[in-house]
Design a protein around this ligand. Structure first.
Ligand SMILES: NC(=O)c1ccc[n+]([C@@H]2O[C@H](COP(=O)([O-])OP(=O)(O)OC[C@H]3O[C@@H](n4cnc5c(N)ncnc54)[C@H](O)[C@@H]3O)[C@@H](O)[C@H]2O)c1
Length: 323
C-alpha cells in the first residue's frame, strides 16, 4: 500500500469530511476534497477555519498549513493525486457502493479506500469493486480533528496489508485505531451509543423524562467517568473488591432486564418534535458554533487531564492497564 501518504483525498466534505481535512492539514499533509454539492466548498473552509485555533493550541505538526487544502469539482482530477482516500458521503448504502466503485475504477490498486460510514458493513461496500482488498472502514468520531478513536473494520475481501496501512496512517495522525475483529452492522462503538439513544427516545416517547433530564442524567455522573472508564471497568469498580462478579450477582438478569426497554420506538412526528423541542430548550438560543467551541475546549482539557493522571497509553494507543 502507498507509503508515505502525502496527499489525502476526501470524498464528501460535510461535517466529517471537514473534520478529516482539519486533522490531516494539522499533521502537515496535502488535502484535496471533492463534493458534488458546490456549496460544500464554503462550508469546508469555514469548518477548517473554526477548528484551526484549537488545533494551533494543541500543537501543529511540521508543514501544517491551511493553504494546503484544495477543493476539486472533478472526481477524476481529485483522485489523480491520492495517496489515501477517505470517503465521507451520506450513510446511504447504494450511494456509497456507487461512489466507491467509481473511485476504485480511477485509482491504482495500492491506494487504500477507507469509508467513514457509521455502520455499513465493508463487505457490502467492496462487493462491486475491482480491487476489494483495499476497501475498508475507518470510522471516526465528531469532532474528527480532536477525538482520537477510529474504528477499522475490514470486509471479507480486505487484505491484511490494507488494514495495517490504514492503522499506520491513522496513527501518523495521532489517532487510536481500534481494529474490529468481526464485521458487524454499526461496528462496536455505534452499537453501544445506539442502545443509549434508543432508551432515551423510549423514555421521551413514554413521557418519563425530558431531553434535558436525559442529558443531566449522563453528564454529571456516568459521562464524567466514560472518558477513561468504559462501561466494563465502571461496573468492575462498582463491585468494590468483589469486582464485576459481585456487580453481576447483584444485578441478576431479571433485575437488569426491567431497567431497559431496548427496542427503539417508532420515530413518529410526535416523538421527533418532543425530542427536537427538548434539545432546543437545552440549546437556549445559543449558536451551534458556540457549543462546538466550548465542546472542543472541554475535550482538550479532558485529554490533558488524562495525559497527566490516567494510565499512559500502550503502543496501540489504549491505556496500558496493569494486569
Ligand atoms: N456526523 C457524525 O457524527 C458522524 C460520525 C462518524 C461518522 N459519520 C459518517 O460520516 C459520513 C458523512 O457524514 P456527515 O455527518 O459528514 O454528513 P454531512 O451531511 O455533513 O456531509 C455529507 C456530504 O456528502 C456530500 N455528498 C452527497 N452526495 C454525495 C456523493 N454522491 N458523493 C460524495 N459526497 C456526497 C454532501 O454534499 C455533504 O457535503 C457518513 O457515512 C456518516 O455516517 C458521521
Amino acid at each position: 500500500m502507498r507509503d508515505p501518504v502525502n496527499t489525502v483525498v476526501l470524498l464528501g466534505a460535510g461535517l466529517i469530511g471537514s473534520g478529516w481535512a482539519a486533522r490531516c492539514l494539522a499533521h502537515g499533509l496535502d488535502v484535496v476534497a471533492w463534493d458534488p454539492d458546490p456549496s460544500a466548498e464554503a462550508t469546508l473552509f469555514a469548518n477548517v477555519d473554526n477548528a484551526w485555533p484549537i488545533l494551533e493550541e494543541v500543537g501543529l505538526q511540521s508543514g501544517a498549513d491551511r493553504s494546503r487544502l484544495k477543493f476539486e469539482t472533478s472526481l477524476e482530477t481529485a483522485l489523480s493525486v491520492a495517496d489515501y482516500v477517505q470517503e465521507n458521503a451520506p450513510d446511504d448504502e447504494a450511494l456509497k457502493i456507487r461512489l466507491l466503485n467509481q473511485a476504485d475504477q480511477l485509482l491504482p490498486p495500492d491506494v487504500v479506500i477507507a469509508s467513514s460510514s457509521s455502520g455499513i458493513r465493508p463487505t457490502l461496500l467492496q462487493e462491486k469493486t475491482q480491487y476489494p482488498q483495499r476497501v475498508m472502514i475507518g470510522h471516526p468520531f465528531n469532532p474528527v480533528y480532536l477525538l482520537p478513536l477510529v474504528e477499522i473494520v475490514g470486509g471479507q475481501a480486505t487484505d491484511e496489508d490494507a488494514l495495517r496501512a490504514g492503522a499506520a496512517f491513522y496513527r501518523s495522525l495521532a489517532m487510536r485505531p481500534l481494529l474490529a475483529p468481526v464485521e458487524i452492522d454499526g461496528y462496536i462503538s455505534d452499537r453501544l451509543q445506539q442502545v443509549l439513544f434508543h432508551e432515551a427516545l423510549y423514555m421521551i416517547d413514554a413521557g418519563i423524562c425530558t431531553p434535558a433530564q436525559i442529558d443531566a442524567a449522563i453528564t454529571g455522573g456516568p459521562g464524567l467517568r466514560w472518558a477513561f472508564l468504559g462501561p466494563m471497568l465502571t461496573f468492575h469498580l462498582a463491585g468494590g473488591e468483589g469486582g464485576i462478579r459481585h456487580s453481576m450477582a447483584h444485578w441478576a438478569p431479571e433485575v437488569a432486564n426491567r431497567w431497559t426497554h431496548l427496542p427503539a420506538p417508532d420515530f413518529t412526528e410526535k416523538l421527533v418534535n418532543a425530542t427536537a423541542v427538548g434539545c432546543e430548550e437545552i440549546q437556549a438560543g445559543r449558536s451551534i458554533k458556540e457549543f462546538e467551541r466550548r465542546r472542543d475546549r472541554c475535550l482538550v482539557e479532558i485529554q490533558r487531564a488524562l495525559d497527566e493522571f490516567w494510565f499512559p497509553p500502550n503502543e496501540d494507543g489504549w491505556p496500558d492497564m496493569p494486569q
